[in-house]
Design a protein around this ligand. Structure first.
Ligand SMILES: [Zn+2]
Ligand SMILES: [Zn+2]
Ligand SMILES: [Zn+2]
Length: 129
């Protein structure tokens, strides 16, 4: 696969799987009855459905989402992880979620970045699944 094809595949993946409202890759997505997905941070405020989301932002179906924020099953979160969405590994305080290929950029600006470790601890870490 050449670089252009890879880029466009990435772009395709991004537009398909990130939240259609905030355009961010999110691990916790809520499915409407119409099968469209929006991230829980957009749909719910303090655990309650926001009035803007009494219809689906994608297809306008009425009341597709539960009135109260559901528990997102681990299975759903696993699916998002398989698609390449991950959470910042720097600290439990950093809740930033992003595509795997954006981690390097994020690490440059992450407020929670740990200082560089000594050689003995610097083996490459794979994101925990
Ligand atoms: Zn969102
Ligand atoms: Zn819909
Ligand atoms: Zn971070």
């Amino acid at each position: 696969m050449d670089v252009d094809a890879l880029r466009s595949a990435q772009h395709h993946c991004e537009t398909l799987f990130q939240c259609p409202v905030c355009w961010l890759p999110k691990l916790e997505m809520v499915y409407g009855t119409c099968q469209h997905r929006v991230c829980v941070d957009c749909v719910y405020r303090a655990g309650v459905l926001r009035s803007e989301f009494s219809k689906c932002p994608t297809c306008n179906q009425k009341f597709p989402f539960p009135l109260y924020r559901p528990i997102i099953p681990d299975d759903n979160i696993e699916v998002q992880k398989k698609l390449g969405i991950t959470r910042c590994q720097n600290s439990t305080s950093c809740k930033t979620e992003m595509w795997l290929w954006e981690i390097e950029e994020h690490n440059k600006v992450c407020k929670f970045k740990k200082p560089k470790k000594s050689r003995s601890e610097s083996q490459t870490q794979s994101p925990e699944l």
